[in-house]
Ligand binder design. Structure first.
Ligand code: FAD
Length: 509
């Protein structure tokens, strides 16, 4: 018997197995309790994956395919509930002799698969992945020999290759590749314009999702988030509805307010498509093509559409390329020697800074923060505080519905923490309270004062910022993008520097 194992983040309607499998072949699905408990993953992420898997398996059965499904609830309750036991059971029961799996997106599963197959006594074939738009070999060829990998270069190559937003001569529409500079409305501009923010589509859990919510509650107690408050689509049909809704109602404003942060408005004009994109319910190509069509039909301005397309074929594909290029050893990087354990209030209780507290509260409740909250509030805090990369990766992995190793490692080690020594970030994304106060409105309700630079009342971002550059002066002195900061630091008096150091020590402990 030949079987195709469909992994939980490979639920695409054009999975290569669907073409290859004949009517007698079996499709395997395994929900592993051990995998789900590997970290304290957000309960909404667990509900999303398991419910989407169950719906996908059902749709295969309805189409006349043969399916074997190992659910969380199956197997002995005291058993390990791991992939090996479930796979061995299925192999025995269905007399499977050969197993095909699409190349997993994560290194750990790539390495585990041959061992699992050997243990189960089946031959293993790896199918080429179609999860991403840029084939791994293309990225490797492009990256070959480059010391720094610049997303902007990769983006131009992909815009050309995919023929997106190009004029008849192959030049970028609007005369430039990026309209990033136009997409930076501050909170004050947002408050003045008061754009209406369309709510996200509402999902009503069906019987399948309700069963999963119950199973997640039982098997994963203590994971962040209330499974009952699950809010995401779990079928391709609903995922496409979310995509169309974004294109119709939020894309036009996506660009200008991409970097804005507003209390009580967790989504603003962001797409919230990653939960579905990262498990295959949506495909990156259809997302960018629908956005490009909206510009052609004059339903959204070029700056917004270009900005959105850049996030997907620029950043998303680039991040995945870096993950594959750098290999599993990338996770070990700690170029800045950051060793501090996370403060206990990142796990439980209330962080003292309003901006951090709001992002953490939102992440705990929904498993979602938008990019600037992830990067410039939380990431900035982790960077400036010198928190250990492994702990930071783990925190993000446990708090986001869209978290996977391939996207987390480069975003955290490369973009947030500069832990890879600047493989693709041209500077550390460090900022004081000025940036957070300009782009968001958290400071008004904060117990700290953004105007004070040091002392117990001062916003910690202010002194942590200068303390960070003082600690890493030697590394960044030659970096032209932060040279001005270093010169400003050098002009500070010994008393100012001592006050900065003391405030940082008092705050960080
Ligand atoms: P939008 O703001 O609407 O952006 C559109 C799309 O662009 C996203 O759906 C996503 O597919 C893509 N995108 C934009 N930036 C990135 C990026 N840096 N890396 C990869 N894709 C990008 N993305 C995840 O998919 N999963 C994660 O767990 C994740 N964790 C992150 C952690 C940190 C510290 C940082 C700095 C970024 C992280 N990102 C992650 C990238 C980005 O923040 C999210 O993709 C985005 O916020 C998801 O929300 P959205 O779908 O509303 O995105």
């Amino acid at each position: 018997m030949r079987a195709f194992w469909i992994l939980g983040d490979q639920l695409q309607h054009d999975h290569p197995a669907l073409e290859l499998a004949g009517p007698k072949d079996l499709f395997l699905f395994i929900e592993s309790r051990a995998r789900g408990a590997h970290l304290r993953y957000h309960s909404h992420k667990l509900v999303l994956i398991y419910s989407a898997m169950r719906h996908y398996a059902r749709s295969l059965e309805s189409a006349g395919r043969r399916v074997a499904y190992h659910a969380l609830e199956d197997g002995p309750s005291g058993g390990k509930g791991d992939y090996a036991a479930a796979l061995e059971g299925m192999v025995r029961k269905h007399k499977i002799t050969s197993l095909a799996v699409m190349r997993p997106s994560e290194w750990a599963m790539r390495e585990a698969l041959p061992k699992l197959a050997r243990k189960a006594g089946v031959e293993l074939a790896e199918l080429e992945s179609n999860q991403f738009l840029v084939p791994g070999a293309d990225f490797t060829r492009w990256a070959g020999g480059r010391k720094h990998l610049l997303m902007a270069d990769h983006y131009q190559v992909q815009r050309r290759r995919l023929g997106l937003l190009l004029d008849a001569e192959g030049k970028p529409e609007g005369g430039q590749w990026s309209f990033d500079a136009e997409n930076r409305e501050t909170h004050a501009q947002f408050a003045k314009a008061r754009p209406a923010i369309p709510p996200l589509p509402r999902e009503k859990p069906d019987g399948v999702t309700r069963g999963v919510i119950e199973a997640v509650r039982r098997h994963f107690p203590g994971h962040p988030g209330d499974p009952e408050a699950f809010w995401l689509p779990v079928t391709r049909e609903r995922a496409l509805h979310w995509l169309d809704d974004f294109i119709a109602r939020r894309l036009a404003q996506f660009g200008p307010y991409e970097d804005t942060m507003a209390e009580g408005e967790p989504v603003l004009f962001h797409s919230v498509l990653t939960p579905m994109l990262n498990i295959g319910l949506l495909r990156p190509r259809e997302c960018v093509e629908r956005a490009a069509a909206a510009w052609k039909e004059k339903r959204a301005p070029l700056a917004s559409v270009e900005g959105f397309i850049r996030q997907i074929i620029g950043w998303r594909e680039f991040i995945n390329g870096v993950y594959n290029l750098e290999g599993p050893a990338y996770a070990e990087h700690n170029a800045l020697g950051a060793e501090r354990p996370l403060p206990p209030w990142m796990q439980e209780g209330e962080p003292p800074l309003r901006c951090v507290a709001e992002c953490v509260r939102q992440a705990r409740a929904t498993g979602y923060n938008h990019h600037i909250q992830r990067l410039m509030v939380l990431g900035n805090f982790f960077l400036l505080g010198g928190y250990a990369p492994r702990e930071v990766v783990r925190w993000y992995m446990e708090h986001y519905v869209d978290a996977y190793d391939w996207v987390m490692q480069p975003n955290v080690l490369g973009m947030v923490l500069y832990a890879d020594g600047g493989r693709f970030a041209t500077k550390p994304y460090a900022a004081g309270s000025g940036y957070i106060g300009r782009m968001g409105n958290y400071c008004a309700q904060c117990r700290f004062d953004p105007k004070q630079k040091t002392g117990p009342k001062a916003c910690p971002f202010n002194y942590l910022y200068w303390d960070f550059f003082a600690r890493h002066r030697a590394r960044f002195a030659g970096n032209p993008r932060v040279g001005m900061m270093i010169r400003t630091l050098d002009k500070k008096s010994p008393a100012e520097r001592a006050a900065i150091q003391e405030s940082a020590r008092d705050f960080l402990g």
